[in-house]
Design a protein around this ligand. Structure first.
Ligand code: DQA
Length: 145
């Protein structure tokens, strides 16, 4: 099993962002934790982070054909990233969306989620644990296909 782990704008700054919303761990810490879970399931993870929507799309177009699923935190693109949404749909792969914070309990603009309806699951509000739970759910979903 091969899963793409995609992170959008500003997630490279985890560890230095508002602790209240995003906790204290770095993206590299999160990727290490995910790698340990993946190893238990004989699953290969391919990590990619970018601050640019087009780079995220280029990555999906290149990698999706060789992959079984996508774990994605689109960052602020969650709320307005229509071309990322289209690229995710075009992969035809199962997608699990994760957020460190609970986007339903913050500013109004974060309540809009353009990934609504295209994801298998959305996990949020658990800080870095959202990624762990999200990956476990995605692996389970792929195994049951
Ligand atoms: C986020 C929530 C987004 O609204 C925000 O723009 C982020 C991170 C989260 O993980 O909680 O950058 O996706």
């Amino acid at each position: 099993m091969r899963i793409l782990v995609l992170n959008g704008p500003n997630l490279n700054m985890l560890g230095k962002r508002y602790e209240k919303h995003y906790g204290t761990v770095t993206l590299s810490d999160i990727n290490t934790m995910l790698g340990k879970i993946a190893a238990q399931h004989n699953c290969k993870l391919v990590f990619f982070q970018s601050n640019h929507e087009g780079a995220l799309i280029d990555f999906l177009q290149k990698e999706a054909g060789k992959s079984d699923g996508i774990l994605v935190n689109p960052g602020a693109l969650t709320h307005y990233g229509y071309s990322l949404r289209d690229a995710l749909v075009d992969t035809k792969l199962p997608i699990v969306e994760v957020h460190l914070s609970d986007i339903t309990k913050r500013e109004d603009f974060r309540k809009i989620d353009v990934l609504d309806g295209i994801v298998v699951k959305r996990i949020m509000g658990l800080k870095e644990k959202s990624y762990i739970v999200g990956l476990e759910k995605l692996i389970k979903h792929i195994k049951n296909l």
